[in-house]
Design a protein around this ligand. Sequence first.
Ligand code: PMP
Length: 445
Amino acid sequence: MTRTDIARLRALDEAHVIHPHRPVTHPGTVIIDRGAGCLIWDVEGREYLDATAGLAVTHVGHAHPALVAAATEQLGRLEYYPSFWEYGNPRAIELAARLAALAPTGPGKVFFTSGGSEGIEAALRMARFYHHEGGEPGRTVVLARTSAYHGVGYGSGSLTGFADYHVGFAPMLPDVRHLTPPWSYRRELFDGADPTDFCVRELERVIAEVGPGRIAAFVGEPVMGVAGMVTPPADYWPRIVDVLRANGILFVADEVICAYGRTGHWFATERYGVTPDITVTAKGLTSGYVPLGAVLVSTEVAARLDRGPDGFPIGYTYSGHPTACAVAMANLDVIERDGLVERSASLGARLLDDLSALADRSAVGEVRGAGLMLGLELVRDTPAGPDIGANVSRYIRAKHGVIIRNHDNVLSISPPLVVTDEQADRIVDAVRDALDRLDPDGTVS
Ligand code: PMP
């Protein structure tokens, strides 16, 4: 691309594109033009190691020929047709059966969406509808956690537990309660108690306050992504789910980031030994080649959803999109054939070790992770200041050509599951160098 072409693109971008979450003082758009495996290139020809897999999406890496072929073939056969009413298509049917066989919810049914927010919206509707059909229409309250991210629909956005995501958009959905996340590193959240004890007691108290017959569901990410890859204590989910079961509350696992191998398991709830009623997935289902989400529903919940005269009465235009489903099948083939779930577990454990070796740097508070979903929490208060995460991730991109993300003061690393050993070393080297060059004022020089 010539300098003039690039200048034209930049001008058009400034004039016409609304970028999500773009700060007013942004350093300029990195215009990404192509990718291969874990590498991507911008329009200026600069190469980057994509250590975030986009937004934790690209499990099989960029431009995988098997997914390209699957999409091309399906586009030439039947690009799109809806799945409403009596219609269906072979790709969506085959994919639903395959997901039902894999699902942590047991071999139930699948509802297709185009992404994570839509999946959470559907799960919310399912939870309320399930109780409505079961003769408990008063169960409308939904429990979520602060620092959780569940999307930006008005339902999913109301569950999202960051106060600043609600500013300017209120009023949010009523009947949503946010509980404390199991963020053990933030000891101040737990009044000196054990984090799991605190969270379980708080859940019991809220159930008593709201009334057990009023709560439809608890929605939670098994490992919290946007919060900064927050991995709960091992006993958190089993104890929380016990309380939910005892009170007839559905457990909705938001595995939009976690599912399909990201945490070293097909589903992160397997890691914690719990069985959800509904699992919401997206991202890694197609590695992002085509937008697709799938809500996996237990047999028991599905049976009630299908009972009404009009079945489950919501749908998206793109539910069961044939091309997206064909790509998902090819993507799952690659994950299975190349052992990417196991790869995520083994390489993730190695990366966690290597990054943990940096924990003696004074700016490092905690290193944590599950599979290839890793977080390095930098100490925000002293001595480094609030912009420490942004400063470090910007330096790593500029100096090392490695793209990592920061969520506030947490560095988040989530490369494609096909990341090589050498690329993993490059990520660790880049983080080490940045930490070694970190000044007390939180800048990197
Ligand atoms: N849930 C979780 C846990 C997520 O991380 C995200 C997206 N980052 C969403 C829901 C929303 O997904 P989408 O952006 O596809 O709507």
